[in-house]
Write a protein that binds this ligand. Structure first.
Ligand code: HEC
Ligand code: HEC
Length: 199
């Protein structure tokens, strides 16, 4: 019996380090009041400089809040706002926003952006984005690959430029820095435009 208790304990420990703790979405809604000014009450931000966070994976949201807080992703506004958040606050906020529905932008699709997203640019070594972010743009919560469809083009452009310059460097193994580093300004604009309207 004692052996079994140890085994269960190890399984729980393993689970805690690989998966994210379950946050409480209603507690998260309360804690999100300060966030709404920029990100909108339901995570659909009112201006394109503020990323939409509605429907984003809880694992990715929690990682970003920890990264802002610890300056792994230094950004004056978000680092200051994340500083007082406890681990439980972060899990609750992530649980709340991940359960909201993202509002996809309306507009014509961008065919150059779509081609880059689906096949990359073999001439310059840009890989297909679908490999990690999925054909539908919904990413992969277990691998912590974010959802990228429906997001404002202006924010996608900014964050790709930040990866390219190294201003944003919180991507595991430099995955996105390596990719964005190979993208031209035109490709960044086209793929951002494409993703914003991808349903
Ligand atoms: C004063 C405006 C403002 C407020 C208030 C604010 N944010 Fe932000 N948030 C931003 C900006 C600007 C960015 C984009 C930073 C960048 O460009 O890297 C951002 C980025 C984020 C991101 C990263 C999104 C992504 O796709 O990587 C998350 C998650 C986030 N905010 C959550 C929150 C939460 C939770 C709160 C409340 C505790 C909050 N924010 C309050 C302005 C704000
Ligand atoms: C090898 C896997 C991989 C590939 C391929 C990949 N990405 Fe990513 N991408 C990631 C990871 C991981 C992150 C999250 C980094 C972090 O933890 O902050 C990310 C983040 C992003 C973000 C930031 C999302 C946000 O809300 O801030 C954008 C935009 C993005 N990728 C676009 C692209 C585009 C466009 C391509 C193709 C040209 C691409 N990615 C290819 C793994 C990948």
């Amino acid at each position: 019996m004692e052996k079994m208790g140890l085994w269960v304990g190890l399984v729980l420990l393993g689970g805690a380090s690989t998966a994210f703790a379950q946050g409480n979405p209603s507690a998260g809604k309360e804690k999100a009041q300060v966030c709404g000014a920029c990100h909108g009450e339901d995570g659909n931000s009112s201006a394109p400089i503020f990323p939409k966070i509605a429907g984003q994976h809880a694992s990715y949201l929690a990682k970003q809040l920890h990264d802002f807080k610890t300056q792994r992703r230094p950004e004056p506004t978000m680092s200051a706002l994340s500083e007082p958040l406890t681990d439980a606050d972060i899990e609750d906020l992530a649980a709340y926003y991940s359960r909201q529905k993202i509002r996809i932008e309306k507009g014509p699709s961008n065919s150059a952006g779509e081609a880059l997203y689906r096949t990359g640019n073999p001439a310059t070594g840009v890989p297909a984005c679908t490999g990690c972010h999925n054909p539908g743009g919904n990413g992969n919560p277990l691998a912590v690959f974010p959802q990228v469809n429906g997001q404002y083009a202006a924010y996608i452009e900014k964050t790709l430029r930040d990866f390219k310059s190294g201003a944003r460097g919180n991507d595991a193994n430099g995955m996105m820095r390596a990719i964005a580093g190979k993208m031209s300004e035109e490709e960044i604009r086209a793929v951002a435009d494409y993703l914003s309207t991808l349903e």
